[in-house]
Design a protein around this ligand. Structure first.
Ligand code: AMP
Ligand code: TRP
Length: 356
């Protein structure tokens, strides 16, 4: 709330403890262990997890409870959970300094989620585009969990009173719902400032990576065509082949940003290149303006292999050492529970639940 006398914003009580330690806040983010971790997950989220770790206290969660909102083979779920943890580590997240863990190991997520199920309104849930996309035409047959998914996501974040959440563009609506839940809880229970109003961190040249087969569709784990995405575990040959086959249009490379924006397939590849090469998209457009796609694709392949190759091989190495990955997850879960427990206890008190 602005200060009436000076007009300045009042200090945010949730940030002050971090600022005192030279940090910018506390981060929580999550990735579902549903297989086929791809370039969109990496550029939109996981790469940023590592880039933020010096400025924030971080909790990175493999959201296995979100994964089962659609059917998961139990045997695959465990190995996919380790694979996401391996990707966090391979991308450079320091699992000794920060918490890497899986959601089901910290029961407080589910406990707070129930309370949020009672705070969130049906009208809010009905607007969620991810539910509509995932449920498809046969909505009657979607799980109740898929519908409640965003309330669990709000609990993931607020059980730690996280102040910032790095995600890809597609999660913006869920983060707005998280803010709405925090505001309504704080109001309904007369607990001003109890839960923070979380800020999304959506940044980089590729916050929404599109399919390599169709530049108007999001790159996704569930696309039946493996040629639509570059998986983090793809080797150099697979990456080269997928980029060679990536859809383009018959014209030479775009000359200007506005030209690129009208050509979704080209625009997507330019964004991917910019993100991987750590360049501004405008500079990439300038560099390749009017050239042939074949020349650009060769440069893109080289950059993609150079940046993704080491991550893929580190993931493969870690996957051969499940004992190490499990140790990281157990230690992470312990750190996470130590933060979540007192926040849940306080929440229960506010709600009026008797102490166990
Ligand atoms: P999910 O695979 O749905 O659990 O997503 C994990 C993270 O990757 C989230 O932060 C998403 O926003 C991000 N993400 C997923 N797909 C894409 C994409 N095509 N482009 C950019 N970010 C993405
Ligand atoms: N819904 C997110 C996705 O599909 C995953 C997720 C679950 C998440 N809980 C979260 C992301 C908490 C950020 C914070 O990508």
């Amino acid at each position: 709330m602005p200060d009436v006398t000076t007009g300045a914003a009042a200090p945010n009580p949730h940030l002050a403890p971090y600022e005192a330690r030279g940090l910018k806040g506390r981060i929580l983010s999550g990735v579902q262990p549903t297989g086929n971790l791809h370039l969109g997950n990496y550029l939109g989220a996981i790469r940023n997890f590592a880039r933020l770790q010096d400025d924030y206290e971080c909790l990175y969660c493999v959201v296995d409870m979100h994964a089962i909102t659609v059917w998961q083979d139990p045997a695959l779920l465990s190995s996919q959970t380790r694979e996401i943890a391996a990707a966090f580590l391979a991308a450079g997240v320091d699992g000794t300094k920060h918490a890497i863990f899986n959601q089901s190991m910290v029961p407080q997520h589910a406990q707070l989620a129930w309370i949020f199920n009672c705070v969130a309104r049906l009208g809010w849930m009905n607007r969620m585009t991810q539910f509509k996309e995932k449920a498809g035409k046969d909505r009657e047959n979607a799980s109740l969990g898929l519908y409640a998914y965003p309330a669990l996501m709000a609990a993931d974040i607020l059980i730690y009173k996280a102040t910032h959440v790095p995600v890809g563009e597609d999660q913006k609506q869920h983060l707005e719902l998280t803010r709405d839940i925090a505001i309504k809880f704080n109001n309904d229970f007369h607990a001003p400032d109890f839960f923070p109003i979380t800020e999304p961190l959506i940044f980089g040249a590729a916050t929404r990576v599109m399919s390599l087969r169709d530049g108007t569709k999001k790159m996704s784990k569930s696309d039946p065509s493996d040629y639509s995405r570059i998986n983090l575990t793809d080797d150099a040959d697979a990456i080269a082949q997928k980029i060679r086959r990536a859809k383009t249009d018959p014209l030479p490379m775009p000359e200007t940003t506005s030209d690129a924006e009208k050509r979704p397939d080209a625009d997507n590849l330019l964004g991917i290149y910019a993100a991987l090469a750590d360049m501004e998209k405008d500079a990439v457009i300038f560099e390749f303006a009017g050239k042939q796609f074949s020349e650009f694709k060769a440069a893109l392949t080289e950059t993609a292999v150079a940046k993704l190759g080491p991550i893929g091989s580190e993931m493969q190495r870690l996957m051969k050492d499940p004992g190490h990955v499990d140790k990281v997850l157990h230690e992470g879960a312990e750190k996470a529970r130590a933060i979540a427990e007192p926040i849940l206890a306080e929440t229960y008190k506010i709600v009026g639940f008797l102490k166990p």
